[in-house]
Design a binder for this molecule. Structure first.
Ligand code: COA
Length: 273
């Protein structure tokens, strides 16, 4: 475990868990938190991580940017503003491009930049009664720094997406499922167990296949069908070589012996690929 002032980082069994740790400020993101997160995302040994879980300490996931420390106080200090932007957008981009599967475990308040953070993760597990909001218009700006991108890409229906950005009306984690923002919502008391269950499903798979599944999805959604076929087949070759053809040598060899049913079970990894 590494020690930081604003976050807690734990790494075990191919799972990195980062807890935003400013509960007295509802885990809003200060310049110091951005700097720590930027450093963590840059220096993490991603070959040892299949899943990255991001959550919040106490009763909040993340109340967005620290409005005082990120906007108000450095307003007349361009160098400080540049540093905040470099670190903040740097670690958000690193989460978006993370080779590990990213899970936002939303345990409480989720506003503004917090919604961006959840929105750039691959999977969002939320407590049903968490409160979410694009609060920016409430203080006179629109969602920026990637937050418009995040809500627009997570709430596919225009009439829903713009409604929440224009009104700042809040919605719950349970409602977030219907909107497309939340993968699964459970009662708060079950959130840890549900997260552990999903993490277990993921860590039973190879690291490289998880990374490439993400990468292929992200690229293919922009492609026409025929180039997508070509791209997928090229990436399959890459996967096969980088895993020493484990899908054939181990997985399909094991299936031939009827050792597992691929519809409902994963093959047993014999090496970590
Ligand atoms: N920036 C700076 N400080 C924040 C903050 C933020 N985004 N979110 C919460 N805080 C601070 C509060 O000002 C308060 O500080 P204080 O103890 O010095 O008075 C402390 O965190 C606790 O918050 P409080 O408002 O007392 O908690 P609450 O449970 O009554 O309300 C929220 C929780 C999340 C509804 C409320 O804090 C809030 O509206 N926060 C701003 C959310 C937002 O608009 N974020 C978007 C930023 S991009």
């Amino acid at each position: 475990m590494s020690t930081y002032d604003n976050v807690i980082v734990e790494i075990a069994d191919y799972v990195a868990t980062i807890t935003l740790n400013r509960p007295e400020k509802k885990n809003c993101m200060s310049p110091a938190l951005h700097a720590e997160m930027h450093q963590i995302m840059k220096t993490m040994d991603w070959k040892k991580v299949k899943v990255l879980v991001i959550t919040g300490a106490g009763q909040s996931f993340c109340a967005g940017m620290d409005l005082e420390q990120c906007f108000l106080e450095p307003f007349d200090d361009p160098e400080k503003m540049e540093e905040i932007n470099t670190n903040g957008f740097g670690w958000f981009t690193a989460v978006k491009n993370c080779p590990a599967v990213t899970i936002a475990k939303v345990n409480g308040w989720c506003f503004g930049g917090g919604m961006e953070l959840a929105g750039i993760c691959d999977i969002v597990l939320a407590a049903e009664d968490t409160v979410w909001g694009l609060s920016e218009v409430n203080f006179g700006i629109f969602p920026g720094g990637g937050t418009t991108w995040a809500y627009a890409n997570n709430i596919p229906a225009r009439k829903q997406a713009l409604y929440y950005a224009l009104t700042a009306e809040t919605f719950t984690g349970a409602e977030g499922v219907g909107l497309g923002y939340v993968t699964r919502a459970v009662p708060l008391a079950e959130l840890d167990a549900e997260c552990e269950r999903v993490v277990g499903l993921l860590t039973s798979k190879g690291r490289i296949v998880l990374t490439k599944t993400k990468e292929v999805y992200e690229k293919v959604i922009w492609m026409d069908f025929e180039p997508a076929i070509d791209y997928e087949m090229a990436k399959l070759w890459e996967l096969s070589r980088e895993t020493n053809d484990d899908w054939v040598r181990t997985a399909l060899a094991s299936f031939k012996k009827r050792e597992f049913k691929p519809g409902t079970q994963s093959y047993k990894l014999t090496t970590e690929v």
